[in-house]
Design a protein around this ligand. Structure first.
Ligand code: MN
Length: 239
């Protein structure tokens, strides 16, 4: 199983969460929301080759944490993974729109400077803007759009720009989410939980998403899981 967007460090007891997750044998991308959180969060996955830690600066925190951009630049050499980063166009975050764009653009530049990264990206109510920024930094690496919720046109654009997608349980539950799932290129999707925000039971959530893909692709759940694993292998081989 693959959980390509999980906030292990935001569980009430991160060490316990890391221990439980390790026991599942899942491949996990442990994302962070601030550069300051990266060193400690990296410690959670010590000795576990299946858990990788991503360096992030969440768009909802852009205003209060933009001063950590220099720390971001300092730490990016330590990991092949960046996230959670991106833009949030929701009403509550409109006042930080300008700063969010500056921060995201700067982070994509850091990724380019380092020869590219695998980037887990938040694009809520801001997919068009996110895709615009990605076009400005074509060598930033491989963007993985997490919990994509954009329009049909934005989805077409994201697919044509070579984006990957990580899909969680909430997307399988809405009509709109299911329509998105059906259109995603089979060879560019992964599963995710966004735990603990979208629920904290990781294994059942990942199983449900795998099942949904099996249904959409008309294959067995085992075949769907194999396809997802092959995707992960191909994604990692790009770095
Ligand atoms: Mn998240």
């Amino acid at each position: 199983m693959i959980d390509f967007h999980c906030h292990i460090d935001l569980f009430p007891d991160p060490y316990k969460a890391a221990h439980e997750i390790r026991k599942t044998g899942a491949y996990v991308l442990s994302v962070t929301t601030t550069p300051k959180a990266f060193p400690k969060t990296s410690q959670l996955s010590k000795g576990s080759s299946r858990i990788r830690t991503a360096l992030g600066l969440h768009p909802q925190l852009a205003l209060e944490r933009k001063n950590e951009l220099s720390l971001f630049e300092h730490l990016i050499g330590e990991t092949n993974y960046v996230g959670e980063v991106g833009l949030d166009g929701g009403r509550d975050f409109r006042s930080s729109a300008h700063t969010q764009k500056e921060v995201f653009s700067q982070i994509l530049q850091f990724c380019e400077n380092r020869g590219g990264r695998i980037i887990s990206i938040h694009s809520r109510h801001a997919a068009t803007e996110v895709l615009y920024h990605l076009r400005q930094k074509p060598s930033c690496g491989t963007p993985v759009l997490h919990w994509f919720s954009g329009t049909n046109e934005e989805l077409d654009q994201a697919i044509s720009q070579g984006c990957w997608f990580s899909v969680g349980l909430p997307m399988t539950r809405s009509q709109k989410g299911q329509a998105i799932l059906a259109k995603l290129p089979r060879n560019r999707v992964l599963t995710e939980t966004d735990a603990p925000f979208a629920g904290s039971s990781i294994v059942p959530a990942l199983h449900s998403v795998q099942k949904k893909f099996a249904e959409i692709w008309s294959v067995t759940e085992e075949e769907a899981e194999l396809m997802l694993h092959n995707n992960l292998k191909r994604l990692l081989a790009r770095q």
